[in-house]
Write a protein that binds this ligand. Structure first.
Ligand code: NAD
Ligand code: TYD
Length: 340
């Protein structure tokens, strides 16, 4: 299989492409990424050397139709997994426009290019956030739950999911949508909760928890998510939507306490700050459809996975140094400046 992995220099995309290259000797990967602030060439740095002849990097924007078509043609692509997106909720609140362009217009270009080529395998990677927010006692989201996105980010992802639905219903295009809960693991850009709090705690900086820290996320290790995507790509039903979750609901306060414990820092670093506007209270995923149809079950325990993940950030100081200047610093200063 010759797979175009878009967003392969980001967090999940890079984990996915290394998993494929290491475990699936018949797979060729074309990593198409335009390298936004979150796209880091170091994330896929040694893929070309370690997997010579089976990996190529193309710097391009998924919203650039001629480039996408040329690259698909040149590398004789027969499957697409779309990770490329703007992904940070807080940034989407500050400025939604890059989200609409990448997450909606970009996905449209990919769908059209793939349809024209007659591709029969296309997975669009989406999120639990399209379903909106759960109360403390609500049952977990199923694929039949209403789409009720609350942030500009989740609205852009829900829009893309609906385009996928339309391409299947209207053109019979065999796209599959996967919706996953919060990922953690190596190479996550440190604007997201776990690496953000860990790196700040290590340098004794205050930890800004929104509201009272009681919001709940369902955490899944990135490699469990990547396995689910592979199962969907190779065995999913065309037109289907599959939920993936980690079965590990934790409050933000609980996660931050574990991080403080790991790095031996006091709880006095925590600051309860003004809440994120539109902050979803709780996400939880019912992934029984993926278990039944794809054989998906998450394998990591959150506690073990979290320790390994924090250990990875501790042991990869050059990577951390490479992503915590420039765009990272200016966003943190402007976003948290008034809160802390
Ligand atoms: P990320 O922000 O770490 O990486 C995104 C990558 O996409 C970057 O390499 C960036 O350069 C690239 N990109 C952005 N816009 C592009 C464009 N127009 N053209 C080409 N490349 C572009 O994101 P991530 O956390 O790895 O998330 C990957 C996907 O998974 C996203 O679609 C996201 O919505 C989805 N998802 C993420 C999570 C999570 O917890 N991180 C959970 C569920 C779903
Ligand atoms: P985040 O990693 O941004 O993921 P998402 O919003 O997509 O779920 O945030 C995870 C949770 O952590 C979310 O409830 C918001 C909260 N959070 C804070 O309380 N403070 C922070 O500085 C950040 C980045 C997140």
């Amino acid at each position: 299989m010759r797979i175009m992995v878009t967003g392969g220099c980001g967090f999940i995309g890079s984990n996915f492409l290394y998993m494929l290259l290491a475990d699936k000797p018949d797979v060729f990967v074309c990593n198409l990424d335009c390298l936004t602030y979150a796209g880091n060439p170091a994330n896929a740095e040694d893929a070309a050397r370690r997997f010579a002849g089976r990996y190529v990097f193309e710097r391009a924007d998924i919203a650039d139709a001629p480039a996408v078509e040329r690259i698909m043609e040149e590398h004789r692509i027969d499957a697409v997994v779309n990770f490329a997106a703007e992904t940070h909720v807080d940034r989407s609140i500050a400025d939604a426009s890059p989200f609409l362009r990448a997450n909606i217009a970009g996905l449209h270009v990919l769908l059209q290019a793939a349809r024209r080529r007659g591709l029969t395998a296309f997975v669009h990677v989406s999120t639990d956030e399209v379903y909106g927010s759960l109360g403390p006692l609500d049952p977990a989201f199923t694929e039949a739950s209403l789409l009720a996105p609350n942030s500009p980010y989740s609205a852009s992802k829900a829009s893309a999911d609906l385009l996928c639905r339309a391409w299947h219903e209207t053109y019979g295009f065999p796209v599959i949508v996967t919706r996953c809960s919060n990922n953690y693991g190596p190479r996550q850009f440190p604007e997201k909760l776990i690496p953000f709090m860990y790196l700040r705690a290590c340098s004794d900086q205050p930890l800004p928890l929104y509201g009272d820290g009681g919001n709940v996320r369902d955490w899944i290790h990135v490699l469990d998510h990547c396995r689910g995507i592979w199962l969907a790509l190779t065995g999913g039903r065309p037109g289907a939507v599959y939920n993936f979750g980690g079965g590990a609901e934790r409050s933000n306060l609980d996660v931050v306490r574990r991080i403080l414990d790991f790095c031996g820092r006091p709880e006095s670093l925590i600051r309860f700050v003004a809440d994120r506007p539109g902050h979803d209270f709780r996400y939880a995923m019912d992934y029984s459809l993926a278990r039944r149809e794809l054989g998906f079950t998450p394998s990591f325990s959150f506690e073990r996975g979290l320790e390994e993940t924090l250990g990875w950030y501790r042991d990869n100081a050059p990577w951390v140094a490479g992503v915590t200047s420039g765009a990272y610093r200016s966003f943190v200063d402007s976003w948290y400046g008034g809160r802390l």
